[in-house]
Design a protein around this ligand. Structure first.
Ligand SMILES: Nc1ncnc2c1ncn2[C@@H]1O[C@H](COP(=O)(O)OP(=O)(O)OP(=O)(O)O)[C@@H](O)[C@H]1O
Ligand SMILES: *[C@@H]1O[C@H](CO)[C@@H](O)[C@H](O)[C@H]1NC(C)=O
Ligand SMILES: *[C@@H]1O[C@H](CO)[C@@H](O)[C@H](O)[C@H]1NC(C)=O
Ligand SMILES: [Mg+2]
Length: 342
């Protein structure tokens, strides 16, 4: 954009030699062009822009994506949709949206966060307004908590100043030093502004395995009493989850003032995935790779996974997490064995 304006600057003196009328015209054209180039619709198609205050997230599109892509998580889907719709339809939320996602390995916590982020900022995790923090990468040393706290506050302050709709995802919360997360409490509370910055449009998402054992047990109890998985309701899990996480030293939220002060809007439970969900993941992955779905391979990949508890073998140990790697191996076999290709 600057280059174009510069070019016009070079042209203008030449034009000035002509009669005043055409100079006026040239300036008019130049400013119209500059105006057009700096117009958000044009500018933001090349450079990522922070969404304007009035822009709403398309909840219909989000629901559609979750319905088709996220398997076996009726509770997580329901809670996240409710939370996000309420938040994005509210022109002046009183505090930032805070979700805490809990569940066993490979059940879709990162997957859902990614989908959600894409609906706020189309570039998703690549967006400069979406920030992913990994406890083991960004805050590895427990003796540097003080430094991390300051760093985290500066980052969040800087990022929200640049874009109020910033999304922050804290992965591996269970590996985070207890107390570190309390550094962000001032931003999460019901303040209109903190030092001239308003955090009320931001979204914070915490991911952890903490409480996964509680959720698994509840799911198994439902199964054992002959009830359908879809009958599990949020009220069967949410209270025990918030208490369990608060009292768990390895949850990243141990005795956290975020829970104490009720700043976490929703505890989102992810249920352990069954054999049939693993199969759905395999099919989805095959389609994503552009293969025809081969039920023999679907079955083979699902059968290679390990399941718990030992006797009943209902839930996948790693959810859908190793599906991609296992499919790679089968892909190799199919490639190498021409007979199997058909
Ligand atoms: N419920 C699900 N529906 C569809 N795909 C899923 C689901 N759960 C996991 N997957 C697939 O498995 C991959 C790994 O899942 P994901 O990284 O979201 O797990 P996670 O819950 O974050 O696990 P962890 O606690 O180990 O980090 C996803 O990228 C996705 O492809
Ligand atoms: C929201 O998404 C749906 C489904 O993708 C689409 O049909 C609809 O036009 C979108 N609405 C807006 C306002 O963009
Ligand atoms: C925004 O956060 C990132 C970390 O994701 C950090 O590196 C960057 O410095 C922050 N930006 C500002 C302006 O503070
Ligand atoms: Mg994860």
């Amino acid at each position: 954009m600057l280059r174009v304006v510069g070019l016009l600057g070079l042209l203008l003196p030449g034009l000035a030699a002509l009669e005043p009328l055409s100079v006026g015209l040239a300036i008019g054209v130049a400013s119209a062009l500059t105006g057009y180039l700096s117009h958000p619709r044009f500018y933001c198609s090349y450079v990522e822009c922070c969404p304007s205050a009035g822009r709403r997230l398309n909840a219909t599109a989000l629901k559609l994506q979750l319905d088709t892509k996220l398997f076996g998580q009726h509770l997580a889907k329901e809670v996240v949709l409710k939370a996000v719709m309420g938040f994005s339809n509210n022109p002046s939320p009183k505090k930032p949206l805070m979700l805490s996602l809990h569940g066993w390995a490979g059940t879709g916590k990162n997957f859902l966060s990614q989908i959600l982020a894409e609906h706020v900022h189309p570039a998703g995790l690549r967006s400069k307004f979406v920030h992913l923090f990994l406890a083991t990468l960004h805050f590895p040393h427990h003796d540097q908590v003080k430094t991390y706290k300051e760093q985290l506050q500066n980052w969040i302050r800087g990022n929200v100043s640049a874009c109020p709709h910033s999304v922050f995802i804290f992965d591996e919360m269970d590996k985070m030093h207890p107390g570190l997360i309390d550094a962000i409490k001032p931003f999460l509370d019901y303040y209109e502004q903190v030092d001239g910055v308003s955090y009320r449009k931001a979204i914070f998402i915490f991911l952890s395995n903490a409480g996964g054992d509680l959720i698994n047990k509840a799911a198994l109890d439902f199964w054992a009493s002959g009830k359908r998985r879809e009958e599990i309701q949020l009220k069967d899990l949410e209270p025990m989850l918030s208490v369990g996480v608060f009292n768990n030293k390895n949850s990243g939220l141990w005795h956290s003032s975020l829970i104490d002060r009720n700043l976490i809007d929703y505890f989102v439970p992810f249920l352990p995935l069954e054999h049939k969900h693993v199969k759905m993941c395999v099919r989805a992955e095959m389609i994503a790779r552009g293969y025809a779905v081969d039920e023999n391979i679907v079955q083979a990949v699902a059968d290679e996974m390990t399941f718990f508890p030992k006797e009943q073998k209902i839930y996948s140990d790693k959810g859908c997490k190793t599906v991609q790697a296992k499919l790679d191996i089968h892909e190799d076999i199919v490639m190498r064995d021409p007979k199997a290709k058909g």
